[in-house]
Design a protein around this ligand. Structure first.
Ligand SMILES: [Zn+2]
Length: 220
């Protein structure tokens, strides 16, 4: 049994998480990581938070507040009884889906498809080099290696760097809009597998493969 104060605190948390600025490109509240964590916490007390974007008091006892639904892991509908079949709830959800698509489109405009490898270098490789205490150079002069790295402690001439070739499989499919799934096993979704092109001809270099995905990627 949760105290009234606790429930109010969780309600406030849900209302904060579902604000458009916190939803970002996520189409449904269920994709927000903090909401998923909150659901796990509530489940321990046999409570659940309604995933509707306009629910007045989202946190309710699971058995009394939610209808049974075999399609969900916990056996209950993601929306509470008050929100289920409420047209206003469906309209709010539709509006968020539209907003999410707009946010995604805006991201595509600022991060075009061709920049996938640059993104992988900036967001993955550079922090890894730094964590390993290695100097990180982005190669502008040579045609082949994308980046170079060296450790100060190496017993090698000062200008000796390890050449690296980065291959990346980015967030979007070739249309530049559809998000690639992460680990879907459906081949129609693209299978979630990363594919890397033009991987031959880099003898003497370290090849680094980066698979980039949105944490909440889905096929729809
Ligand atoms: Zn509700």
């Amino acid at each position: 049994m949760l105290t009234k104060e606790k429930i109010e605190q969780y309600n406030a948390e849900v209302i904060e998480l579902r604000k458009p600025e916190n939803m970002g490109s996520r189409k449904v509240l269920g994709y927000v990581p903090e909401f998923k964590i909150l659901l796990e916490t509530l489940a321990e007390h046999e409570y659940k938070a309604c995933s509707s974007l306009i629910c007045r008091c989202p946190v309710k006892p699971i058995k009394a507040g939610f209808s049974k639904d075999k399609g969900n892991d916990d056996g209950y509908n993601s929306k509470c009884k008050a929100c289920d079949n409420n047209p206003a709830v469906a309209a709010a959800s539709k509006q968020q889906k539209r907003r999410a698509t707009e946010v995604t489109d805006a991201t595509v405009t600022t991060a075009p498809f061709m920049h996938t490898e640059t993104e992988a270098i900036n967001n993955c490789l550079a922090p890894l080099h730094e964590a390993a205490g290695m100097a990180h150079l982005i190669n502008l002069e040579f045609r082949k290696a994308d980046t170079m790295a060296r450790r100060e402690s190496w017993m090698a001439p000062p200008n000796f760097y390890l050449p690296e070739q980065v291959k990346a499989d980015g967030f979007y499919r070739s249309d530049g809009v559809t998000r690639k799934p992460n680990n879907s096993s459906w081949s129609t979704d693209g299978g979630g597998r990363a594919t890397f092109n033009d991987c031959l001809g880099y003898e003497g270099m370290v090849m680094i493969f980066v698979k980039s995905r949105f944490a909440d990627a889905t096929s729809d």
